[in-house]
Design a protein around this ligand. Structure first.
Ligand SMILES: [Zn+2]
Length: 303
């Protein structure tokens, strides 16, 4: 966008400062502040929240920063923009019309409404959000368009923001309902009284190839999966299923109407969580985020 109906220059190249002074702002200024917002988004991703970050800038200085907390605060409305606006409400009360908000994803209608009500006159965002984003609101609500007289600008480092969204989807977020949550049956686990006898039974007599062994267990390859035998009293067989992220999968299970029984907790190769479907069937979900086991020539696990 180059100019709005009022003839005021807007878009990535210009910003109107208080007093009607038009000041040239290079694209690199926008990118510089968007990078700061992306840093916030990365923090959110690391915590397991939706990776959206934002900074509020007043005369080339960042006055507030924040990110999405939907999952950690268990609140659907803890968006990066609204919580950052709240964190500097008094400052905005004085200087809002002279501030720019940079956000890594196009603000939703709730956030765009809050931005306008906080008197901010320019919005710069990264990736567009055709479904929840405020473009339609910007285009159709005259008050919103008039309020954002210094610009509603998208696409600044949008690809980087998009990459973070993909990383979040792949980690098993509730938003990625299209991605299959369960990647493969990792293993079927049984208890046996004697590991040496079990080795001779399963490997020597039944021909199963040994995958690995420790002092307390051994595993055979069964196609892509493993049959794991632990030393112990016989119990119900346990089925372990591999997921990209046990934590993300637990969240998604709960979100979908299942429940979390135990965990997530650390295991040698990553994290593990026990969940139950709505009918009480328990599933053990694990990820290999710490890497797979190494074995020596005899199949003993060495690290
Ligand atoms: Zn929002």
């Amino acid at each position: 966008m180059a100019a709005d109906e009022g003839g005021v220059l807007s878009g990535p190249a210009y910003s109107l400062l208080a007093g009607g002074r038009i000041r040239f702002v290079t694209d690199s200024d926008d990118e510089r502040f968007m990078r700061e917002a992306l840093g916030e988004a990365k923090d959110a991703l690391a915590r397991g929240d939706r990776p959206v970050g934002c900074v509020i800038v007043h005369r080339d200085k960042i006055v507030a920063r924040g990110s999405n907390h939907e999952f950690t605060k268990k609140s659907k409305s803890e968006h990066a923009e609204t919580s950052t606006l709240r964190s500097c409400a008094e400052y905005l009360f004085e200087h809002g019309d002279d501030c720019v908000i940079y956000t890594t994803v196009e603000p939703c209608v709730m956030c765009l409404g809050s931005i306008v009500m906080a008197n901010i006159r320019r919005v710069v965002f990264g990736a567009g959000d055709p479904e929840r984003g405020g473009t339609q609101m910007y285009e159709q609500v005259e008050y919103v368009r008039r309020s954002l007289r210094n610009g509603y600008v998208g696409g600044v480092l949008g690809d980087e923001s998009q990459r973070l969204q993909h990383a979040f989807s792949e980690s098993g977020s509730p938003s990625s309902v299209d991605a299959p949550l369960l990647q493969k049956i990792d293993c079927l686990m049984l208890n046996v009284a004697d590991l040496d006898a079990a080795l001779s039974f399963y490997r020597d007599r039944l021909g199963l190839p040994l995958a690995w062994r420790t002092e307390t267990g051994l595993a055979f390859r069964v196609g892509e999966s493993e049959l794991v035998l632990n030393k112990g009293e016989p119990t119900e067989p346990e089925t372990d299923i591999m997921v990209a992220s046990a934590e993300g999968a637990a969240r998604r299970f709960a979100e979908a109407g299942g429940s979390i029984v135990t965990g997530p907790f650390d295991i040698k190769i990553g994290q593990c969580v026990v969940v139950a479907d709505p009918w009480g069937n328990k599933l053990v979900l694990l990820d290999s985020t710490k890497g797979l086991l190494n074995t020596d020539a005899d199949g003993f696990v060495v690290g």
